[in-house]
Ligand binder design. Sequence first.
Ligand SMILES: [Zn+2]
Length: 462
Amino acid sequence: MSKTVSYAEMTAFLEAVAKPGFITVTEEGRTHQGRKVLLVRLNRGSAKAHFRVLYYAQQHGNEVAGKDAQLTLIRDIAEHPERLPLDVDLYLMPMLNPDGAEAHRRMNGAGADLNRDHLLLAQPETQALHRVARRIRPHVAVDSHEFGRDSEDFRAKGWAPWPIITMDAANHPLIPEYLTAAALEAVAAAAPLEQKAGHAYARYSVGGAPPDEETRPSTVEVDDGRNGLGTLGALSFIIEAGVHHEAKDPNADLGERVDGYRILYRHLLGNQAWRDRIRRLAEQARREPLPPFIATNVFWANLGGKVSTVKVQETATGHVLQVPTANAMNDIVVKGSVPTPRAYAIEAAAAARFIPVLEAQGLHWETLSAPRRAKLERVKFLRLEEPYDDLYQRYKDRQIVERQAQADLDLPAGTLIVPLDQDLARRAIQVLEPCLLYGLYGYPGFRESAMPGAFLPVSRLF
Ligand SMILES: [Zn+2]
């Protein structure tokens, strides 16, 4: 395989392969340029098809291998239905960003980065993905990307990142620990499968060239598909294949990337015992009470300054080097927490800005029709820190706030109350909690509502 499948080729293929009761294709949304966001469901019609899996790809239009791998998976199952286990209900969204795919670019038709739109859900493509995810409530969800192997700091050393296929799990502290642990087991268990097929595989990591630059597994952000869908109660993953974007023909090795992907997609369908266990765990996570505290400041660190090794490829020889480094940050640290409130109160003047977000996230709220007295914790906004934080190696737009003492206050009519005894309470926290170091107020439309020295529009209600 040396050429990626286009939007037109994909839609023609899906139309041809669709078969009522076995392979169904539905339109779940329209892009800014009028293209369809498609969902493919594969299901052998068994009453036992309880294990729901959602694989989605190409949020970034120029990252193609996941989509191509999903299409070959559909072709394989169409030709050999027995390869799809009877208890699996398989959903695929192979091309989430067709406008970007057609333009060979990362962003969607409105210039937005879809994998940074999971808090606001302002784009039709991410809205479609979340509607689908809430409707089917998958037990396994997988986001699919490609990372560049041409980064400047590696090249300066004569290296390229080693792996061609990588995977990592959702890791946000609001996701019950047993789900994260089960997902990380699956990440580790993929290694021998990829090795057997001859593909360089590692847990996905971000960061610069070792040993001087920091490397860390994925991120802890909630504004992406992996943690966004993981919070709904699913074993949630990101797969990233490595591309030499600057090679003469970046798709010369597309076949290998697609094969690496296919191995992981098949691996995550598991065997019967694994599927039964994961279904139990995911459904337990959905019933899990909220923790008493919410982690507000979370980052990667290296507990104890351990020395580990990072594999790199020497460009000139193709040899694999093992580089010792103490800058591999493999431990998640919680640096700040606040008590979990019973609800959030959104002031009436900000309701119009918040309602589209609440709707897109599928959250429930109540609009006060008369004033109500409540025990409230207001949060004063101090500043937005713009520069990259060298000390904690974190991005810009940190929200520095000050919690006020709890007080009995009158909430005027028109105030929105978002209770946390709802199904998607963890998602509500990720979107609304005003004490999060990274949250809404770094985003356009909300940035303007945060004035230094003034209270934020969202208060914590007890
Ligand atoms: Zn990407």
